[in-house]
Design a protein around this ligand. Structure first.
Ligand code: AMP
Length: 140
């Protein structure tokens, strides 16, 4: 099976606790390769755009505030079945429901401060990668 790509964010709760390496290690051990990575401070406008599908949800404002509260690491991950592989290693959105050994079970603080984002489909992966990366920034 050919390698595919997904998009990942290491969220502010993880960067604040110096867990960038710990998260990346779990991604790599799950068979994903970091083919692009940058540490950024998201603007409110960027966070609102990125999470636009959640605009009407009650947690939207808090989510945007949280995602702009500290640095994040945006990454492009590559591997066989990358979207599903990443979702499997991330675990359930709410860390309380996540399986042992997943990033969220082992590292996340709460349903909001849940340490990582991962695309939910290949189509959204392409959109999300384009949102943060120029083609020449994805270096393999
Ligand atoms: P997703 O687009 O699936 O990544 O969801 C967006 C993010 O919103 C999740 O990863 C959580 O950080 C946050 N979130 C989702 N549901 C809730 C909720 N019920 N309360 C607070 N934050 C939430």
């Amino acid at each position: 099976m050919a390698a595919t790509r997904t998009f990942s964010i290491i969220k502010p709760d993880a960067t604040r606790r110096n867990l960038t390496g710990a998260v990346t290690r779990m991604l790599e051990e799950a068979g994903l390769r970091v083919v692009a990575s940058k540490r950024i401070l998201m603007s409110r406008e960027q966070a609102e755009g990125f999470y636009g599908v959640h605009r009407e949800r009650p947690f939207f404002n808090d989510l945007v505030t949280f995602m702009t509260s500290g640095p994040v690491v945006v990454q492009v991950l590559e591997g066989e079945n990358a979207v599903q592989r990443n979702r499997d290693v991330m675990g359930a959105t709410n860390p309380e429901n996540a399986e042992p050994g997943t990033i969220r079970k082992e590292l996340a603080e709460s349903i909001e401060a849940n340490s990582v984002h991962g695309s939910d489909s290949e189509e959204n992966a392409r959109i999300e990668i384009d949102f943060f990366f120029k083609p020449e920034e994805i270096v393999g």
